[in-house]
Design a protein around this ligand. Structure first.
Ligand SMILES: C[S@@+](CC[C@H](N)C(=O)[O-])C[C@H]1O[C@@H](n2cnc3c(N)ncnc32)[C@H](O)[C@@H]1O
Length: 189
């Protein structure tokens, strides 16, 4: 796997971001890998990662069930986030369960899928197997929260890699900046 040339996120983009939990390194990774890509994101929250990617991607579809903690009802969370992201013409916000929503996508239609939804072992595994067929040959699956702070997510990603080594080529993300990303190129041979 060739060495990736990481791109810093410009200050004007950083200044415009809503709250979220992405580290500086996470943002650099999203900003670099999403360039010129059709991206699907699982887990919109307030839209921080979607905005970082939309600045360089062709298009970002971001999916969330919208059960955000600060909101009392799911519909108002969806409407608020959709409104705040509407300034980005290349972002589409979808309210749905990620595993159900994958049925609305053709196989091999996504350049990159960013999985940052429910971090349980079962949910990370379900998202991977639901979305893997949707990723183009040589496309990317990127996971957030590959970290000891999220042991279930890390364990699931390690298991998925073990079970799918034949097609998952580790991007070996090794930024010196703090980050909790794990990414794979899909090599179906
Ligand atoms: C960590 S947050 C996403 C953060 C966002 N990517 C960012 O960095 O700005 C995880 C989100 O996943 C959503 N989520 C959890 N399970 C989901 C599912 N099955 N389908 C779609 N979204 C889900 C939650 O509602 C939550 O908003």
């Amino acid at each position: 796997m060739g060495k990736i040339e990481w791109k810093e996120v410009p200050c004007n983009i950083l200044d415009s971001l809503p709250k979220g939990s992405l580290t500086g390194g996470d943002r650099v990774i999203l900003y670099t890998l999403a360039k010129d890509k059709e991206v699907v994101e699982i887990g919109t929250a307030c839209g921080m990662s979607a905005i970082v990617m939309a600045n360089v991607a062709i298009h970002v579809t971001t999916i969330d069930i919208f059960g955000i903690r600060d909101y009392t009802d799911i519909d108002s969370a969806y409407e608020d986030v959709k409104k705040s992201l509407s300034v980005y013409e290349n972002i589409k916000v979808i309210k749905n369960n990620s595993v159900l929503e994958c049925n609305n996508f053709k196989n091999k239609s996504c350049d990159m899928v960013f999985i940052d939804g429910n971090h349980s072992f079962e949910a990370v595994t379900a998202d991977f197997y639901a979305w893997l067929p949707k990723v183009k040959d040589n496309g990317i699956i990127l996971f957030h929260d590959y970290s000891d702070i999220h042991p279930t997510s890390k364990q699931a990603i390690d298991r998925l890699y073990e079970d799918n080594k034949g097609i998952l080529k580790d991007l070996n993300i090794d930024l010196e900046m703090e980050n909790v990303m794990k990414g794979f190129k899909i090599d179906r041979g």
